[in-house]
Design a protein around this ligand. Structure first.
Ligand code: HEM
Ligand code: HEM
Length: 234
């Protein structure tokens, strides 16, 4: 395996060993938090705090693996000399990456509602801005077409938004019942998208060839699902 292929595996690797195990813990603690509150089941009083603390790490994990995937996809598409837009565009993208990361760090520490909302929004906007670059493959960009709903990128973008919103609204979820209800509804959707990502991710992994196979595989017609006849054996 070449170094480039190893970089491409970094994102799936971290999703499997870091994000999905965390999701399991967050879901279990969510169920315990709810049971403790509604049915007075005897769980330790810390389950709510543990759920929210691990939830924050889950959100961080999602933002982290999404940024890693985007950096790898954009950085490995062309060589530095062939980079579309040259150094000015590269500098702009680097700035967007740094800004997105800093916005997440600021969200982690912010207290005032206006700052939490602003940093969550900036971080999400940064992820989308990097994701809509021409180097990033997206199955479809039109929500009216089925391809959009099967897209690994748009699933990831939606999930990132939902995770950031949960982190930003943590104090409100604690304080108000209607925020808690919103939190549950939105994160049931998030749980479904996590499952969908677990399908579309391995699907993409199956479809993306190894770097040295790309010239041959990409000469295939993906619409007609046919490939040129192989050259005769020497
Ligand atoms: C798939 C992800 C998630 C699901 C399914 C989920 C679900 C839930 C559920 C069912 C509850 C209990 C509500 C109740 O008492 O009726 C809860 C509480 C809460 N969640 Fe989440 N959640 C998720 C992620 C997150 C994240 C990322 C955060 C961000 C920090 C978060 C913060 C909170 C907070 C602060 C509470 C209140 C805890 C308490 O009562 O002490 N959750 N969540
Ligand atoms: C929390 C779950 C996940 C999220 C939020 C997520 C999100 C993303 C995003 C936003 C991209 C960049 C756009 C693109 O190239 O399509 C991407 C790329 C990719 N994802 Fe995921 N993904 C998740 C889980 C997975 C899993 C479980 C796998 C496979 C086991 C996977 C495999 C891939 C592959 C192969 C790519 C192409 C780029 C690369 O490998 O760096 N993803 N993902």
């Amino acid at each position: 395996m070449t170094t480039v292929d190893a970089f491409w595996l970094l994102h799936p690797f971290l999703a499997v060993v870091l994000v999905y195990p965390l999701l399991g813990m967050v879901l279990r603690l969510a169920q315990q938090t709810r049971n403790r509150r509604l049915h007075e089941v005897k769980h330790p009083p810390t389950v709510g705090r543990d759920h929210a603390d691990l939830g924050k790490w889950l959100a961080g994990g999602v933002v982290g693996i999404v940024l890693i995937a985007l950096v790898v996809v954009i950085a490995t598409k062309n060589t530095l000399q062939e980079f579309t837009g040259g150094p000015p565009r590269l500098a702009l993208l680097l700035l967007a990456l740094i800004g997105t990361t800093l916005a997440f760090v600021a969200l982690w520490r912010a207290r005032k509602p206006i700052y939490r909302a602003a940093f969550a929004f900036i971080c999400w906007a940064g992820v989308i801005a990097l994701g809509v670059q021409p180097e990033v493959f997206r199955l479809g960009d039109n929500p009216l077409e089925p391809a959009f709903w099967q897209s690994h990128f748009w699933g990831g973008a939606g999930l990132t938004g939902l995770m950031l919103f949960s982190v930003a609204s943590r104090p409100e979820i604690h304080r108000h019942l209607h925020w808690r209800r919103w939190h549950i509804a939105m994160n049931c959707l998030a749980a479904v998208i996590f499952m969908a990502q677990g399908w579309t991710g391995p699907r993409d992994l199956l479809e993306i060839p190894l770097s040295w196979q790309k010239p041959t595989i990409f000469s295939c017609d993906f619409e007609a699902r046919t490939c040129p006849a192989p050259a005769p054996a020497p």
